[in-house]
Design a protein around this ligand. Structure first.
Ligand SMILES: Cc1cc2nc3c(=O)[nH]c(=O)nc-3n(C[C@H](O)[C@H](O)[C@H](O)COP(=O)(O)OP(=O)(O)OC[C@H]3O[C@@H](n4cnc5c(N)ncnc54)[C@H](O)[C@@H]3O)c2cc1C
Length: 819
């Protein structure tokens, strides 16, 4: 075989010729980047793509980004043949997801309401209609089915070939038989790739190497914590009466899905406890490969799945197929520019939906490369949300056992992953455990979610979409914050010490707010990109002229670090990650001053220590950075304590707090308290597509700063457009009973105008409360718009009267926090 000749230069090199790589190349070429070279180690599709089941489903996600990508992908696969002459095998035979228990019924009703808002034509149907559409399914125990007529299946190899052909027709070069050995970098940026056919100089690399992406990325220190796992389907012999036009039938409750294949049925599976494959490394030569199936492990699941279509239990088995697919720690893909190397993009870890989102992923990455920013919310899939320890072999081995099965679990909103736990503990973990803390996974940290009480073992009880048995604990913590004083551990927050002669100037360039004013002040600010949309939402505390403290959330940790690294190249400023160096203990509530004053001699009176003051104070033997700020909407203090003194300080606080009725409050209380006050949370209710003004954060933008800031021009341009026609509002359900979680459609005067991005239960307000991005449909979203409309929120298909507000529903005048 002749060795392929590679060009000496290309603007973009795409690594990997599966559905993702070809889609990236296709979209780049269509967006005018014709100087793109795709390199495939063996043949196109030879990794995972060739053996995919090819389900093409738009239903099922409560992420707008994922749903839009699915819709886009389906439309693309439907039209590619006309463009390229290469069929994709798209057959819109329909898709039904069945609910075999009441919790799934609730889940799918909630998802349906959201998916309909996004334009997915989903219909709830009864057992008889399911039987009409898929006559050999057992339906007597089913509550309902959720039917999307236009969904169906594709041929994954044909899809990939059509994308490849379309890319070539636009001028892209696709080379098979070329392995990328590593990426060449200079000064922290991509300059080329080394291949088995020589070096190619390039500006941008996209790692679409599927399950090999992690080990390829590791050569350049790029963290891509995905892991291949065994993934199964079975194909039966011919079964009389099977019609190839029957819809795809999915029954997550029995771990199985069904579609016609060669006159028989394919029975695909997502078993609840699964098996990672090749933790060490993926063999370089594995091509069009299969994994010998583990019959013993899979038989119980197989039997359960097949019982949904009992005839499959009697039919002969033509093939029991096992192939590897990549899974990630949180079941979201790894997409975007890496934190480690500039212009090194990743698009991998597709968690078994690589075909049905492949078109969308390629479009998003291409747009990002061409325009410098993504045009969809990428906060949940940005590769930089995950941490390097999640690439550890033991982490991957333990977590992957759970992640594949999560696909078909009922997606209870309060469920936390239960594997790969106890990776990171706060310094006061044992003390919190003694208070009956129920811990959940917070980016690897054990985060106290709620407290059962001293000496009690927390029992979360069964999961549900309704009120869980820990509700009373949550409510008590919420009320204690509003009425008394609480202690909350938030040591998982990302903390950076920023030093240098230019630290203030460069932080001010990053920040839309003025962060380089008086020393000893904390400032809430956003970091924007050139388009004026949000990159981060955090606080900057000025300690002295050359010394700052930056605090961001756990998922923004690496994104924030990367932005500082890029901007600090322009001067003398250095960020040190001191997350491990400080515990963060928050004392909040109207009696917090009383408590704090009992443990320190520092004068904490309103005059001496007003809102936004940051000062080092003495507590016992410790020096503590005490910041008067709140994320809960009350008078309060955040304490940054050297880790080795955290227990000491905690003990002082606990002792002084006892006579004041100090309670411990967890992250559930954090969510409900901040939501009542309308405080934002990046990646939940605000994201990279929101202009800082639409996000309702204009108050934190200082347009008068002498040297401006990144994104200022865009903010000015947005302002010049006039009053906002798209804006975040706080929404509140008037009936105290129903609960909001996320993705519930918001209606105004009989028309959908947006959906709830994040929500909680407002115990003080007396009902569910959330934040929703509202589109005025051409009208200005202002007080008049709010008052002239009738507001409702759709929860699982039923609309409830609601209120909407521009101002925080709790303490709109900030009296409490300034008390
Ligand atoms: C049994 C099974 C059923 C599935 N069913 C569905 C389904 O119904 N619907 C759905 O949407 N998804 C499904 N999937 C998932 C889907 O197949 C994958 O998500 C998708 O194929 C991943 O595509 P990819 O391009 O990321 O990876 P791959 O297809 O693996 O492509 C990566 C490519 O990179 C190449 N490569 C690796 N290293 C290098 C290197 N160093 N240099 C050059 N090239 C390199 C490889 O040879 C490979 O071709 C299924 C998966 C399995 C296993």
């Amino acid at each position: 075989m002749s060795i392929p000749v590679v060009p000496s230069h290309a603007r973009v090199v795409v690594i990997g010729g599966g559905v993702i790589g070809t889609s990236v190349a296709y979209h780049l070429a269509h967006m005018g980047v014709r100087d793109v070279v795709l390199l495939e180690r063996d043949k196109l599709t030879s990794g995972t793509t060739w053996h995919s089941a090819g389900l093409m489903v738009t239903f099922g996600s409560t992420s707008e980004t994922s749903t839009e990508m699915r819709k886009y992908t389906r439309d693309l696969y439907a039209r590619l043949e006309a463009e390229t002459g290469q069929a994709t095998g798209f057959k819109p035979v329909g898709f039904i997801e069945v609910a075999s228990d009441l919790d799934r019924l609730e889940e799918y009703r909630r998802v349906s309401a959201f998916n309909r808002l996004c334009g997915v034509d989903v219909e709830e149907i009864g057992p008889n209609e399911i039987r009409n559409l898929f006559p050999i399914a057992k339906v007597d125990d089913l509550h309902a089915g959720f039917y999307v007529k236009g969904d169906g299946r594709v041929d994954p190899v044909d899809v990939t070939m059509a994308l490849a052909k379309g890319a070539k027709m636009q001028g892209a070069t696709l080379l098979e038989g070329v392995t990328v050995l590593g990426v060449v970098t200079k000064n922290g940026a991509v300059v080329g790739v080394e291949t088995t056919s020589g070096t190619i100089g390039c500006e941008v690399v996209v790692n679409c190497a599927g399950m090999w992406a992690r080990q390829l990325g590791a050569k350049n220190g790029i963290n891509i914590p995905l892991q291949a796992a065994e993934h199964y389907y079975l194909i039966t012999e011919r079964i009389d009466g099977i019609d190839k036009n029957w819809p795809v039938l999915e029954d997550p409750g029995s771990y199985g899905y069904f579609r016609e294949e060669g006159g028989g049925l394919m029975v695909g599976m997502f078993e609840p406890v699964c098996a990672p494959w090749n933790i060490g490394s993926i063999p370089q030569e594995f091509s069009f490969g299969e994994i010998p199936p583990d019959w013993e492990r899979m038989t119980p699941y197989l039997e359960k799945a097949m019982s949904r279509v009992p005839v499959t239990l009697e039919a002969g088995i033509k093939k029991f197929f096992c192939g590897p697919e990549s899974f990630t720690p949180d079941l979201k893909p790894l997409v975007g520019e890496s934190a480690e190397v500039k212009n090194y993009f990743v698009a991998a870890g597709l968690n078994s939906i690589g075909i049905l989102t492949g078109g969308g992923i390629g479009r998003v990455i291409a747009h990002w490369i061409v325009n410098g920013e993504p045009d969809v919310d990428v906060t949940a899939m940005h590769a930089d949300r995950l941490h390097p320890f999640q690439s550890n072999p033991e982490y991957r081995r333990t977590r992957t056992v759970e992640s594949l099965g999560m696909v078909y679990q009922c997606h209870y909103p309060t469920k936390s992953m239960s594997t790969a736990r106890d990776a990171k503990r706060s310094a006061i973990h044992e003390r919190l455990a003694a208070e009956g803390a129920y811990f959940k996974d917070v980016s690897g940290w054990e985060g106290a979610d709620w407290y059962a009480g001293r000496g009690k073992t927390p029992d979360p009880g069964p999961l549900s979409f309704g009120r869980m048995q820990w509700f009373p604990h949550w409510e008590a913590e919420h009320r204690a914050t509003r009425e008394g004083v609480i202690l909350m551990d938030m040591s998982f927050m990302a903390k950076f010490r920023v030093e240098g002669r230019d630290a203030g100037r460069l932080l001010n360039q990053l920040s839309a707010n003025e962060v380089d004013g008086e020393a000893g002040r904390i400032t809430y600010t956003q970091w924007l990109n050139e388009k004026g949309t949000l990159e981060a939402d955090l606080t900057v505390t000025k300690l002295d002229d050359e010394n700052f403290f930056v605090v961001a959330s756990d998922t923004a940790h690496r994104h924030v670090a990367t932005r500082m690294k890029r901007v600090f190249e322009r001067g003398h400023a250095f960020a040190s990650d001191v997350t491990s160096g400080y515990a963060q203990i928050n004392i909040q509530g109207p009696r917090s001053r009383e408590l704090m004053q009992a443990v320190t001699d520092a004068d904490l009176s309103n005059a001496a220590f007003p809102f936004r003051t940051a000062r080092e104070v003495a507590i016992g033997f410790a020096r503590v950075l005490c910041v008067r700020i709140t994320y809960l909407g009350e008078l309060g203090y955040e304490l940054y304590v050297p880790t080795e003194q955290a227990v000491h300080v905690y003990d002082r606080l606990a002792a002084a707090g006892a006579p004041l009725g100090l309670r411990h409050a967890g992250l559930k209380a954090l969510a409900s308290l901040r939501m009542e006050k309308g405080y934002r949370d990046y990646g939940h209710d605000i994201d990279n597509t929101d202009s800082v003004l639409e996000a309702g954060l204009g108050f934190a933008v200082d347009l008068k700063k002498p040297d401006g800031f990144i994104g200022k021009e865009a903010v000015l341009a947005k302002k010049a457009e006039g009053p906002l026609k798209r804006r975040i509002l706080q929404v509140f359900v008037k009936d105290p009973e129903p609960l909001l979680y996320h993705a519930e459609p918001v209606w105004r005067s009989g028309k959908p105008v947006g959906y709830v991005r994040a929500a909680s239960y407002g115990f003080t307000l007396g009902g569910a409360v959330g934040l929703a991005m509202i589109d005025g449909g051409g009208e200005v979203v202002d007080q008049r718009f709010i008052e002239s409309g009738d507001w409702e929120i759709d929860i699982a298909g039923k609309r409830y009267p609601a209120a909407a507000s521009l101002k925080p529903l709790y303490d709109p005048t900030n009296e409490k926090i300034k008390a």
